[in-house]
Every structure is written in structure tokens, then in C-alpha cells.
Design a protein around this ligand. Structure first.
Ligand code: SAM
Length: 244
């Protein structure tokens, strides 16, 4: 299984370090994921490569032009037989979360439009009817970092991308487990007087599972009690922790 991402951006260079490191590089090398960057400026047809213009009615900043962005998106969609899921990044969009990532991980192709400046001419969304997605209630300079957030969250869910040890099944927010992940420790067993809980080195799998379940519940109650309130029963969540 693999997912093809097509990213439309005015600043493809922002992605260069991101694509060349760590798990994402491995996933690209193993063809578990494909990422094509498209410089939207290639669709500008004047000598200044103009992609933006002043808003009608005045106001600060510049907007991405409808007559540049729409042909760009349509051309990119036509690169494959399947147009794919079309996402426009916007602070006004639906808030991105683990559930959205799980849905996107089932797709074959995802096309993401990164905005810049003051955003998009409204007619771009009218014509293309994209899903608008926000990565949070704050405003970034552009959609590139938001696109990286989505790529990272989705790629973790593609089978084979993470090693068995790094299984995402126990991650916080995963489906079937609305609890936060439990506390984890590695060597040394003691550091500055703080010891790893004895149960984790006891070798008793049932005791370890019980401790992890309780620890997850306790952390969720302390840090994110809202997760336990949304039609959640704590019982639903206890299946999450299994011994190694
Ligand atoms: N004027 C716009 C507004 O207030 O809704 C904000 C424009 S922002 C400076 C420029 C671009 O960055 C947006 O078009 C979008 O693509 C991206 N962006 C900024 N914040 C974002 C967020 N929280 N989630 C997703 N994309 C974001």
C-alpha cells in the first residue's frame, strides 16, 4: 500500500530537509509514500511570475490569484487517472486530528494546496470545492508547515512504515484507544534518584498491562479530561494496553 501526495506550493524549498531525513526518507525510498512538489509559480504566465494580487475593496496583503491556482490544481489532478482527495490548507478549515489522519491514510492520492500571503481568492474554493483543513487555531505564514504535519501524521499509519517496535496502535488518540499513551521509560533504571517503576521490570506481563492501563487513565484524567467525556467509557479504552 502506498499514498501519493501532490503538494502545491510557492516555496518547494521549504520541504527539502523534511523529505531527506528519518522515517519519511525511508518511506520514500521504500515507495510506501510518494511526494511530488509542484511550484505553483510555474503556472504564472507573465515575466514576473505573478501569483498574487491586491484584494478588491482594499486591505492589507495579497491574495493568491484564482486564474493561476485553479489551472495549476486541475493540471496536477490530471497527472493521475484518479484526481484524489483535494485539501486546501486554511486556518478557517476543519481542525485536523487523528481521526482525519486515519481517514486520509486509506486514500491512494492526496493533493494539498498550500496558501501564502493573506490566503486565497474565494473563487478558488468555489470552483475546486476542496476540503479545507486547519492544523490549529493560530495563523501560520503559509501552508507548508501544515502540509508537513498532515504528511507525518498520515505516513505513520501506512502499514510497514513504522517498525514493529514503533507500532502506532498504542499512540495517543488512536482509534479504539481514546486515552493518552502511558508513561514509558528506558535505561538507566535510576537517574538522579528517580527510579523506573518496579512493575515494568518485573517481567509479569499482566501486571505490566494493568499498570499501563491505569497510568494511561490517570494521565488522561490529569492532562486531557475532555477525552474521557466525549461519549467515552473508560472500559472501552482498557483494551489498549497489552504486554510486550
Ligand atoms: N488571512 C487568512 C485568515 O485569516 O484566514 C490567513 C492567511 S495565512 C497568513 C496564509 C496561508 O497559510 C493560508 O492560506 C493557509 O494556507 C496557511 N495557514 C495559515 N495558518 C494555517 C493553519 N492554522 N492551518 C492550515 N493552514 C494554515
Amino acid at each position: 500500500m502506498s499514498i501519493q501526495f501532490d503538494i502545491l506550493t510557492l516555496f518547494p524549498g521549504i520541504f527539502s530537509g523534511f523529505l531527506g531525513e528519518s522515517l519519511l526518507k525511508d518511506a520514500l525510498d521504500a515507495y510506501k509514500i510518494g511526494i511530488r512538489l509542484h511550484n505553483m509559480r510555474d503556472w504564472a504566465d507573465d515575466k514576473h511570475n505573478t501569483m498574487d494580487d491586491r484584494p478588491f475593496g482594499g486591505g492589507p496583503g495579497m491574495l493568491l490569484k484564482v486564474d493561476r491556482v485553479v489551472p495549476c490544481v486541475e493540471d496536477v489532478q490530471r497527472l493521475e487517472p484518479e484526481a484524489g482527495r483535494l485539501i486546501m490548507l486554511s486556518p478557517q478549515g476543519k481542525r485536523f486530528d487523528q481521526r482525519t489522519a486515519e481517514g486520509l491514510a486509506k486514500e491512494k492520492r492526496i493533493v494539498i494546496i498550500c496558501g501564502r500571503y493573506e490566503g486565497f481568492d474565494e473563487r478558488i474554493a468555489d470552483i475546486l470545492q476542496p476540503e479545507e483543513i486547519s492544523v490549529g487555531d493560530y495563523v501560520l505564514n503559509g501552508g507548508e508547515v501544515a502540509a508537513m504535519v498532515i504528511i507525518e501524521a498520515v505516513m505513520r499509519l501506512i502499514p510497514g512504515v513504522l517498525g514493529a517496535e514503533e507500532s502506532n496502535r498504542y499512540d495517543s488518540f488512536s482509534t479504539g484507544s481514546r486515552l493518552l499513551d502511558c508513561a514509558q521509560y528506558t535505561r538507566p533504571r535510576e537517574y538522579r534518584g528517580i527510579n523506573v517503576p518496579d512493575v515494568l521490570v518485573s517481567g509479569n506481563h499482566q501486571d505490566i498491562a494493568d499498570w499501563r492501563t491505569e497510568n494511561s487513565l490517570q494521565r488522561t484524567r490529569e492532562k486531557r479530561p475532555d477525552l474521557l467525556q466525549k461519549n467515552n467509557t473508560e472500559k472501552d479504552n482498557t483494551e489498549k494496553i497489552i504486554p510486550e
